[in-house]
Every structure is written in C-alpha cells, then in structure tokens.
Write a new protein. Structure first.
Length: 121
C-alpha cells in the first residue's frame, strides 16, 4: 500500500508543479508583429495625420504595457494587449493611407480642372 502511494505521489507532484508554472508561453510572435505594425504605420506617415497619430500612440502604449506584463510572467494578459496594439497600429496605417489617397485624389481633381480651363473649344 505504501508503495502504491509513492507511485502516485510522483505524478501528482509533477502535475502540481506544472499547474503552478506559467500558463502560457511568452508571446514572442505577437511582440514582433505588434512592433512591425507600429513601424509600418509610422513609415506610412501616420505621425502626420492626427487620427492616425492617436492610434499609433495607443498601439505603442499597449505594447509597452504588454512588455511589462511579460516581465511579470502574465503572458495571457500581455497577448491580449499585443493583439490590441497590432490592431491599433493597423488602423493607424489604414487611416494614413486613406488620408494620402484623399490628398492625391484632391490634387488629381485640381489638375483636371486646370486642364479643362486650358483647353479651348
């Protein structure tokens, strides 16, 4: 009987140790993805578009908070913040691209009007 309890004790102890360890791995891929999305938004000119700049700032703040959580081994919470960070950065990128497209369309429209004025019937 004592032998059986010793045999059961080892797997139970291992299971207990596993349960007490970190529940999820460090979100390395999400960290890199978030960083890349922020960089992409900045390279697209998000800093010069007020709405896009706001979303880049939120993305950076969420990423920084997530890195603090990773240091505290709260990886699941960090993963959620990193997903939010990436989404905010992607939104900033879309806003910056839309702003650029609108400005380009405005310039094209002005050019068309100039050309219309220079054509004589």
């Amino acid at each position: 009987m004592a032998r059986i309890s010793k045999l059961c004790a080892a797997p139970i102890a291992a299971l207990f140790m596993f349960a007490c360890s970190s529940g999820s791995p460090k979100p390395i891929a999400q960290i890199a993805s978030s960083e890349g999305a922020i960089r992409g938004a900045n390279e697209a000119g998000a800093q010069s578009v007020p709405n896009a700049k706001l979303y880049v700032q939120m993305a950076q703040e969420n990423r920084e908070r997530a890195l603090v959580l990773v240091e505290k081994d709260k990886n699941k919470q960090a993963e959620g913040l990193l997903m939010r960070s990436e989404a905010d950065a992607e939104l900033a990128l879309a806003i910056a691209r839309a702003d650029r497209a609108a400005r380009d369309a405005g310039k094209a429209s002005e050019r068309v009007e100039e050309l219309k004025g220079s054509v004589t019937p």
